[in-house]
Design a protein around this ligand. Structure first.
Ligand SMILES: Cc1cc2nc3c(=O)[nH]c(=O)nc-3n(C[C@H](O)[C@H](O)[C@H](O)COP(=O)(O)OP(=O)(O)OC[C@H]3O[C@@H](n4cnc5c(N)ncnc54)[C@H](O)[C@@H]3O)c2cc1C
Length: 518
């Protein structure tokens, strides 16, 4: 007998399922009410592959290309009408310990240093083994991406929370500079790719091994009634590379009630918890789900990631300062990790609790590497002022206080020590002359540190037994634990590529089950 589980369980069904699991029914897969309704003796599949990868972002495409390199017959499915998920709209920044570019710039780095930076940012909650696996794989994976056509900018960047400059960024400042070459490589290697194919259930055999997926083919997000059911078989395994749930407001609020619809998200519209719920229904252990990252560089003056996020990352935070508009004063270390920065910004509220948006700014020299400057100015998200008086006027900042803060900052740079907030000053320079470029700031929901628990073979672990669910692997943002309480910038590309390839290497070693075509 085999079991299929229906998609979109109600919260009640999930809770019932959880209660059954908590009751500890033998550590076996529990058939929930919906699952019990659809037993299927000896399933016949519409198509059969060695490995099915669900999701076509960094994790999914890396898994697919790696598995194809190792000779597997691979299918990639994605529910959306375009491939790439969050990965294709991402900023293309990848943290790499020990890159050739670091060596060229005389920057000393090591896997151990990257691990220790990420542990610090993760407040020690990280899965140390998985973290080491990711950091260890970054330099080789960056070269692997290059071999498929990714081109990095010719300099290394210093992102907040990293103790040395170690961030490579695609020429395009976009994850598309990684996804496009990987899709081309996958197609060349014979990988089959279906978009608008949504996983709605797993198919398991009587040993509870995952042997395939039930999908809605021709699905049109978000219309749940669209598409036709298909059964797709996976002889060696299913790799879940289904990303996070940043856009799933009800689900994220179950984890953190303060993350209401008032907070925008940088994520693509399909970043919801539907695939995570399916994994939970067959016993996957969800960990750290309440650890949801807010991006500290976004602006309330535009939707999503927009133009401000890149501007603030490349310009304001590295080369400028951020002030409270009421006082003209800095109030945090602009190069602290994301969690510290986002929390600091969210403390800026009036007596009614309404946000008082802080302003970040730098000058022409500081903005030189901000590729979105022109667009930000065009859409009036970024504002330009010739003098500090004019800048103060634009945002209602007390001008004398603003000028005093800039003078104090310049003194810190000359002294080589930020006495206010201990910001590292390795790359800092004095802010002496305009024109000035400024932006209002407020965090947005950006990344889910939580997801399913996996071991170092990228096998998904069962909630009760803590043993692998046979045939089920996961990679990328869909997994939990690597980043602990807070992910450092540029570490999700690293995670996606390294763990996607790791999952593929494990899946191709699995014994193949024999499956039947319809
Ligand atoms: C705007 C933005 C900028 C970012 N910039 C950076 C950066 O510069 N550096 C960095 O390290 N990180 C960055 N991040 C974070 C990083 O991009 C993501 O963590 C990463 O892309 C996740 O990759 P993934 O492969 O795990 O998931 P995704 O890329 O999100 O892919 C998951 C895919 O799974 C599909 N899927 C989900 N459920 C189903 C289902 N049931 N059936 C079929 N398909 C399904 C989705 O449609 C999606 O295409 C950024 C994120 C955003 C949103």
């Amino acid at each position: 007998m085999s079991h299929q589980h229906n998609t979109n369980p109600s919260r009640r069904a999930l809770l019932k399922q959880g209660a059954a699991l908590a009751a500890g029914v033998g550590g076996m897969m529990i058939a929930g009410p919906s699952a019990a309704a659809t037993p299927s003796p000896s399933p016949k599949f519409d198509e059969i592959f060695d490995i099915i990868v669900v999701g076509s972002g960094f994790a999914g495409m890396s898994a697919a290309v790696q598995a194809a390199e190792e000779g597997a017959k691979v299918l990639v499915i994605d529910k959306m009408p375009v491939f790439g998920g969050n990965s294709t709209i991402n900023g293309g920044a990848m943290a790499v310990a020990g890159s050739g570019l670091q060596a060229k710039s005389g920057i000393e780095d090591s896997v151990e240093l990257m691990v220790s930076d990420m542990l610090k940012s993760g407040r020690g909650m990280n899965d140390a083994e998985m973290l080491k696996l990711v950091c260890d794989g970054t330099a080789e994976s960056a070269r692997w991406l290059e071999s498929y056509g990714t081109v990095w900018k010719p300099f290394v960047q210093h992102f907040g929370g990293h103790s040395v400059p170690r961030v490579l960024q695609t020429r395009e400042s976009s994850g598309a500079g990684i996804i496009r070459p990987l899709i081309a490589a996958a197609k060349k290697a014979g990988v089959t790719m279906y978009k608008q194919s949504k996983l709605i259930a797993f198919v398991q055999d009587e040993q509870h091994r995952v042997i395939g997926v039930k999908v809605k083919s021709g699905y049109f997000f978000p219309k749940e009634r669209t598409g036709n059911d298909k059964l797709l078989g996976a002889r060696q395994g299913v790799i879940m590379a289904t990303g996070g749930f940043g856009r799933d407001i009800p689900f994220r609020q179950m984890q953190q009630p303060r993350l209401t619809s008032e907070l925008d998200s940088t994520n693509h519209p399909g970043a919801n918890a539907d695939a995570l719920k399916q994994m939970m229904l067959i016993g996957a252990n969800p960990i750290h789900l309440d650890q949801i990252q807010l991006g500290p560089w976004s602006s309330p003056d535009e939707k999503g990631f927009g133009t401000a996020s890149q501007f603030n990352t490349a310009a304001t935070y590295q080369n400028g300062i951020v002030v409270d508009v009421r006082t003209g004063e800095r109030f945090f270390n602009e190069l602290a990790d994301r969690k510290a920065r986002a929390e600091a910004i969210m403390t800026r509220r009036d007596q009614q609790g309404q946000p008082v948006y802080p302003v970040g700014f730098t000058n022409e020299k500081g903005a030189a590497k901000a590729q979105t400057l022109e667009w930000g100015l065009k859409y009036d998200v970024i504002k330009k002022a010739d003098t500090l008086d004019e800048l103060a006027g634009l945002y209602g900042i007390p001008a004398e206080k603003l000028k005093a803060q800039v003078a104090q900052w310049n003194q810190y740079v000359r002294d080589g020590e930020d006495k206010q907030f201990g910001r590292p000053l390795m790359k800092a320079f004095e802010l002496t002359e305009g024109p000035w470029y400024a932006v209002r700031m407020w965090p947005k929901v950006h990344y889910c540190m939580g997801g399913v628990r996996v071991n170092t073979h990228s096998q998904v672990l069962h909630l009760i037994s803590d043993k692998p669910i046979p045939g089920l692997f996961a990679a990328g943002e869909a997994t939990g634990g690597i980043h602990g309480a807070s992910r450092l910038g540029a570490c999700a590309v690293a995670e996606g590529v390294v763990t996607g390839r790791n999952a593929a290497r494990s899946a191709v070693k699995a014994d193949a089950v024999s499956l039947k075509l319809a």
